[in-house]
Design a protein around this ligand. Structure first.
Ligand code: HAM
Length: 423
């Protein structure tokens, strides 16, 4: 075993998988930029306080943060998510509203690593600040839905809930607390602890011991104010009008504390239930204020890249893109011909690779085959003397005439010949 390996929950993403990651982000960008969202690139680190505003009743903040004091004495943290950073940026830059933005990047949470749960993981997401409109909630949910389908995923289920206005939510939390406290002896030990910190999160318990109590718990719908009920009804009507199927799940409270009104989650049906959330989000009116800004509505989602790719594997969709080059240059005269030809090919937009260290013809041809190139260009001393090059199709099925015969081409025409053959 090598002395150094990646730290637990952190991974190297190697080619060709890394090309798939890039394409994932490209597809996402295409979907959301087509809806008027612009990209924000935020720092990986923020003052710890930014993330503490997410709420002190969430494990993400209290247990899982990578935080430390830097050389200047600032207490900072690696971001565990991006919504708080985006709200911090909004307060700092005061952009025109509605501010429609998207992002991508790594997040860090000190969790117990397992398949689909990592300590460094990537997200793509969107946020809109400054618009309190149920149609926007629908737009956002629909964009996530469309994105999953652009990847080819079919086994995705949309869960929807509303946590109501802050006052509704507070009244509901009180009712839940009273209900669970009255039945506390029947709760699992873990849920007893959760109850003290955040009664809502007891609803998240997947422990069999808690199942009956959770099923019989009061439902949030009974606590909605008129405005909250109307907002939620409008979101449901909007999704229905777009033909997006959803399931109202009154136990969907989500792991972060800042949500009000709409919450939603996309579940990957092929994944293990403990890690089947492909993404989630909701409204968080109030978060900007808690970061020192004006009262501002906010809504968005983040999708887990790592986990969504596992779902793609399960459904055999969104394969890594081909990373082959078009041409591989085999030069047995020392290598400077290959340098000249690959440079000239790349300059006209034809991807090209070569071998190094003046290897034997046999070894270079092997490398050419491995590269997946459509054509090999072969240069030996005879070709140099004659001012020619041999062009050998490596994948006859890909060549324009479907034939695999090699030809000799004058050096002066080589680049143009290959450019036309490849296009
Ligand atoms: P979240 O539910 O904490 O929400 O994370 C969103 C997604 O990130 C999850 O559904 C999951 O796919 C992925 N994810 C989370 N933790 C891990 C992990 N340890 N390993 C792998 N994937 C993970 C948020 O982060 C909110 N900021 C979403 C949001 C945006 N709400 C409003 N706007």
């Amino acid at each position: 075993m090598p002395e150094f390996q990646t730290s637990p929950g952190m991974r190297d993403i190697l080619p060709p998988e890394s090309a798939r990651w890039r394409k994932f982000v490209d597809v996402f960008a295409q979907v959301v930029q087509g809806a008027g969202y612009g990209q924000v690139i935020s720092p990986l680190l923020e003052d710890l306080g930014v993330f503490q505003r997410i709420g002190d009743a969430t494990d993400v903040v209290t247990k899982e943060m990578y935080d430390f004091v830097d050389k200047g004495g600032r207490h900072i943290a690696l971001r565990p998510e991006l919504t708080a950073s985006i709200c911090r940026a909004f307060v700092q830059h005061r952009p025109v509203t509605p501010w429609k933005i998207w992002y991508t990047g790594s997040q860090f949470r000190y969790e117990k690593p397992q398949r689909g749960r990592y300590r460094q993981f990537d997200q793509v997401g969107i946020e809109v600040l400054g618009a309190d409109d149920p149609n926007l909630d629908v737009e956002i949910i629909a964009l996530g839905w469309e994105f999953f389908h652009s990847l080819g995923l079919q086994q995705v289920k949309l869960l929807l809930n509303s946590l109501g206005e802050p006052a509704d939510r507070a009244a509901y939390v009180e009712a839940l607390k009273a209900y669970f406290e009255a039945n506390v002896d029947a709760l699992s030990d873990e849920s007893k602890v959760t109850l003290q910190k955040n009664p809502l999160r007891v609803l998240d318990s997947k422990r069999p011991q808690d199942a009956a109590l959770v099923a019989g718990a009061p439902k949030i719908a009974a606590f909605y104010s008129e405005g909250a009920a109307a907002h939620f009804a409008a979101v449901q009507a909007g999704l229905t009008s777009l033909g997006i199927p959803f399931t109202v799940e009154s136990k969907l409270v989500r792991g972060l504390d800042y949500y009000r009104h709409t919450t939603f989650e996309y579940q990957g049906l092929t994944l293990d239930s403990a890690q089947n959330a492909l993404g989630g989000g909701g409204r968080y009116d109030g978060l900007v204020e808690s970061l020192g800004g004006p009262a501002t509505a906010g809504v968005g989602f983040a999708l887990g890249l790592d986990r969504t790719l596992l779902a793609c594997d399960d459904e055999s969709v969104f394969a890594p893109p081909a990373t082959e080059v078009a041409v591989f240059v085999v030069d047995t005269t020392g290598g400077s011909e290959a340098l000249a030809i690959t440079t000239a090919l790349r300059a006209v937009g034809v991807s090209a690779d070569r071998a190094y260290e003046n290897r034997s013809m046999k070894s270079q041809m092997k490398a050419a085959d491995r590269s997946g190139a459509t054509y090999a260009v072969i240069i030996g001393s005879n070709e140099v003397d004659a001012g020619t090059a041999v062009v050998r199709p490596l994948r006859a099925e890909r060549t324009p005439d479907g034939e695999g015969t090699q030809i000799t081409v004058p050096r002066t025409e080589l680049i143009d010949h290959l450019r036309k053959a490849i296009s």
